[in-house]
Design a protein around this ligand. Structure first.
Ligand SMILES: CC(C)(COP(=O)(O)OP(=O)(O)OC[C@H]1O[C@@H](n2cnc3c(N)ncnc32)[C@H](O)[C@@H]1OP(=O)(O)O)[C@@H](O)C(=O)NCCC(=O)NCCS
Length: 171
């Protein structure tokens, strides 16, 4: 059995400090940012997401704890917001520490979150996932999450610098 324990301020800080370089690395690997600019872009994106850090309204930051021995096995961030007459429950992040994966822990966390969402009055629970994250996609599909909107991307062939608008050819 698992439980979700609210993070302390230092635990949250440590969680963000892990998240920023991880997100930078993932985004550079996916070609979204250059390696050189990724860390700064990630720092900026987290500052936009969490303008008041730990105190950002609507956000909840939890450690996933194994009830049997009290050990932390992962973490999750979620937010709860009223909009359009509905309560929106959004999972921003779920992470299970590598030694504890494939034991059903993420599934249990998502069921706990779904229960929390339902008890608050939400009629659905949402999250986003990168298309190349096969393990997370398999997890969500198994739990009944269905695609609801998609961001599409097409990679473009490189263009010689001299033919771009930013570098017009001198006449
Ligand atoms: C994705 C993640 C949260 C899954 O955690 P987990 O505790 O191992 O997941 P579960 O044990 O509950 O897995 C449930 C099901 O999900 C699927 N699944 C999970 N990991 C998988 C993997 N590596 N490959 C294929 N399917 C996988 C399987 O269907 C699995 O059921 P099964 O073990 O009976 O086959 C974990 O791998 C993780 O923390 N990854 C890094 C962070 C991340 O990507 N988070 C999601 C961001 S959107």
């Amino acid at each position: 059995m698992l439980r979700l324990e609210p993070m302390s301020r230092p635990e949250f800080q440590a969680s963000v400090e892990r998240a920023i370089p991880r997100h930078a690395g993932d985004s550079a690997r996916r070609g979204r940012w250059t390696e050189a600019a990724a860390l700064e872009a990630s720092q900026r994106e987290f500052a936009e997401l969490l303008p008041q850090g730990f105190d950002t309204p609507a956000f909840h930051f939890c450690t996933v704890v194994n009830d049997a021995d009290g050990a932390g096995v992962g973490e999750t961030w979620y937010r709860v917001q009223e909009k359009g007459g509905k309560l929106h429950f959004w999972v921003d992040w779920i992470w299970i520490d590598p030694p504890f994966r494939r034991r059903g822990y993420a599934s249990e966390v998502l069921l706990l979150l779904a229960g929390r969402a339902a008890s608050l009055g939400a009629d659905r629970i949402g999250l986003s996932v990168a298309d190349d994250n096969a393990s997370a996609k398999a997890l969500y599909a198994k739990l009944g999450f269905k695609p609801w909107s998609a961001q599409l991307m097409k990679e473009l062939p490189p263009v010689a610098a001299s033919s771009t608008r930013a570098n017009p050819k001198p006449k």
